[in-house]
Write a protein that binds this ligand. Structure first.
Ligand code: CA
Length: 741
């Protein structure tokens, strides 16, 4: 009886609402079509068709809204996906790069919240976050990067199924099958249809093998960029069309590279091997005549280096665009299905891609950099009755905005941990930029070995871009209006002094707002050979054990192997001590080493001596509070990894000649904070600064020759100063100092 009354009341309430309120009360379906590495320049709605025509993708823009200033937060596959799922920057969702990360699927994501609030959720295609998807009623995903031809798919029960055909078409089939066969018409749905294309190695559908055969594509203005006038790290990258294209994998030749000085050897075309003989025959018919033509030209010596680069560009860009064409076909099939079933009316359709891509600009393929081509993401959205068709927005949006937008569409309250902003006000107001809209976005790239792009972060406003490169401590500033190709950093130009200052201020404000503290974000230096080798050697040492005394730190700790060697031998050689000092390490590197290290042989070290943080000071002038948080994270990591181990935390050693040295002051401020970490159980704090200092707090070159690193005498003083504590905490036998002095 109660429920009947309730229904009547509800009906009455609905009856008195105006018609448009009724429509708004219905929660929309969300179809999220997402590709991998799709640059806006390869969508005709964005580019005007300079390179290619994408009529189906353009339909979304023509019938909906296209965003001109749409950016990622971290320009690489896994991280961007994690940004989207969580609405948070990488340092908050934990997925910093593709090399060491696994997505923590137990955290809040928008599909989970939609599912919890009555949405039916499904995901088909590329996932690339290592752990299984969470928050989906149905999923079928490509393993890792996935393959173009006859791809395997991971099923929800963990098994793998190979499906014959072309990946983009199969993912579309899976999405359409789900819509027609498994969709619950009683519930709104979220369907994520995620393609591998146009990701490397750019393998087209057979129906597109001959697209663009009749003409060459225009060369980008910056194909022969020499990287002058910007950060010196630009020249170090390994993503250049001229130098980093593989004969087999990228350029699609068979066998060994015939011209190894121009075409890299080493990665064959794995996609070719996946094809049936019939498929291979069709492939060969398309590629081999062109390949033989190039080989003949090369052998005749008719081609100079520039012409070879241009040939590579054409091979690359044509294949890239051919894979885009199948994505466009996919979008057409999905839109047609929505139309045919009447679902279009109440379905939001979004097209986006995890980041942009270099289509030869700066001589590159790939992404990662904060330059426009890879910072941009396509974002087009169609929503009948809410978004006016054919509109363009210049509001600056970012991939962390997707989650809060979808939640608002579905009428779900946004969790406070989300860092993005819902773009609903923009969608509802013809794309106009609200007066209180963000004036800048924050971006970070955390660095990987692959392609050797240096870590950097920065801010972009509507007119300017400021980038910071921690490795070289360089700032780059670009005026995007005067220099849209970003060929000249004006950070040192006096005319831009005010702009530089204002943007630096904005940079620090945004880092504070998003709680970016690099000191607590574990990060490796495996890109540096010596570091990688030392890391491997130390892993071997800790694996063998037993390791009863650990020294964790930077070059000052590593120096026990240099100027401190005699003292080390005297005090620690018989105590199974292991030196885990790595020159140049900051707290985030030590943290990474602890998290990822092989400590198999080190079960319960008696004491861990920690002295780290001076490089956070020296390399960054990092705020002492941030560095102290990094030291805290290291102590916490040790406590959880080795619960019984006593941590002897040392105050960061003094540096600089006098107490008013700016860096000395930072270290002193760090120490004031980390001193509080001492507790009754396992953490002891000791500040031994006084043993290094002379009168009035001065540092002498006899103790620290460069006013940072210790001399032999310095190491003797260090060992002597902590000896009693080491003995007390670890139960070691005391070293008889008298006999050795
Ligand atoms: Ca990607």
């Amino acid at each position: 009886m109660k429920s009947v009354i309730l229904k009547l009341v509800l009906l009455l309430a609905l009856a008195i609402q105006p018609a448009n309120m009724l429509a708004a009360a219905e929660r929309p379906n969300i179809l999220f079509i997402f590709s991998d590495d799709h640059a806006t320049e390869a969508i005709s709605a964005y580019s005007g068709g300079r390179l290619n025509n994408t009529p189906n993708l353009d339909r979304i823009a023509n019938e909906g809204m296209l965003f001109r200033n749409s950016f990622c937060a971290n320009s690489i596959c896994g991280p961007s996906r994690a940004n989207i799922l969580t609405g948070k920057h990488s340092h908050k969702n934990g997925f910093l790069n593709n090399e060491q990360m696994k997505f923590d699927g137990s955290q809040m994501t928008f599909p989970k919240l939609l599912q919890k609030n009555g949405y039916q959720t499904a995901l088909m295609g590329k996932w690339h976050l290592v752990t299984d998807p969470t928050g989906f009623d149905k999923w079928e995903i490509l393993p890792g990067q996935g393959n173009y031809y006859n791809p395997h798919f991971i099923q929800m029960d963990g098994t793998r199924k190979q499906r014959p055909g072309y990946c983009t078409d199969i993912v579309t089939d899976l999405a359409l099958d789900w819509l027609s066969e498994e969709r619950d018409p009683e519930k709104p749905f979220l369907l994520m249809c995620q393609h591998k294309a146009p990701h490397r190695n750019w393998s087209p559908a057979p129906r597109h093998y001959h697209l663009f055969d009749d003409h060459d594509l225009p060369l980008p203005a910056t194909l022969f960029d020499n990287y002058s006038g910007r950060s010196k790290t630009l020249a170090d990258q390994e993503m250049s069309i001229a130098k980093n294209m593989y004969w087999g994998h990228d350029m699609k030749f068979h066998g060994k590279s015939l011209f190894p000085e121009f075409f890299l050897e080493g990665i064959p075309n794995g996609e070719y091997k996946r094809m049936t003989p019939q498929q291979q025959a069709r492939w060969d018919a398309a590629y081999e005549p062109k390949n033989q033509e190039l080989i003949a030209s090369m052998e005749s010596g008719r081609m100079n280096t520039e012409e070879i680069t241009k040939w590579k560009y054409q091979r690359y860009i044509k294949d890239y665009l051919r894979t885009v064409q199948a994505v466009d076909d996919s979008v057409g099939r999905l839109l047609d299905y929505l139309d045919a079933t009447g679902l279009s009316e109440n379905t939001v359709v979004i097209y986006s891609s995890d980041q942009g891509f270099y289509l030869g600009e700066h001589g590159w393929y790939d992404k990662r950099w904060m330059f426009e081509e890879s910072l941009e993401m396509p974002f087009m959205i169609r929503w009948p009755h809410v978004i006016e068709g054919g509109t363009t927005s210049h509001a600056m949006i970012q991939n962390i905005d997707y989650a809060p937008t979808f939640l608002e569409m579905a009428g779900i309250e946004r969790p406070s941990e989300i860092q993005g902003t819902s773009i609903m006000p923009v969608l509802k107001d013809k794309g106009r930029v609200p007066t209180d809209w963000r004036d800048a976005i924050y971006y970070t790239y955390y660095g990987e070995r692959t392609h050797a792009v240096a870590a950097h972060d920065g801010v972009r406003t509507t007119q300017h871009k400021l980038m910071f490169f921690p490795k070289t401590r360089e700032w780059n500033l670009f005026d995007l209006v005067a220099d849209p190709n970003e060929l000249r950093s004006v950070h040192a130009d006096p005319k831009y002094a005010d702009v530089l200052e204002a943007l630096k201020k904005r940079y620090h404000e945004l880092r504070k707002q998003y709680e970016v503290n690099t000191a607590v974000i574990p990060v490796s230096r495996t890109g540096e050979d010596w570091w990688q080798k030392r890391w491997q050697a130390k892993n071997k040492e800790t694996q063998q054990g037993p390791g009863q005394l650990l020294f964790i730190g930077d070059s000052i700790t590593q120096g026990w192997e240099g100027r401190g060697k005699a003292t080390w031998d005297k005090y620690y050689a018989n105590r199974y001590a292991i030196n885990l000092g790595f020159s140049g390490d900051r707290t985030e590197h030590a943290l990474w080493r602890l998290e990822k290290g092989n400590f198999k042989g080190v079960e319960n070290p008696k004491v861990a001596v920690v002295m780290v943080g001076t490089n956070n000071t020296g390399h960054f002038d990092q705020d002492p509070t941030e560095t102290a948080a990094g030291v805290t994270a290291i102590v916490e990591q040790l406590n959880s990894q080795f619960p019984k181990t006593k941590v002897l935390l040392l105050g960061v050693f003094p540096r600089g000649a006098t107490p008013d040295d700016p860096k000395r002051k930072i270290n002193t401020a760090i120490n004031e904070q980390i001193a509080k970490l001492a507790n009754q159980e396992v953490v002891e704090y000791l500040d031994i600064s006084s043993v290094f200092l002379g009168e009035g707090g001065t540092l002498s070159k006899e103790i620290m020759p460069d006013l940072l690193h210790l001399s032999e005498e310095g190491y003797q003083r260090w060992a002597a100063a902590i000896e009693d504590k080491i003995v007390e905490l670890g139960g070691f036998q005391k070293v008889d100092q008298a006999t050795t002095e």
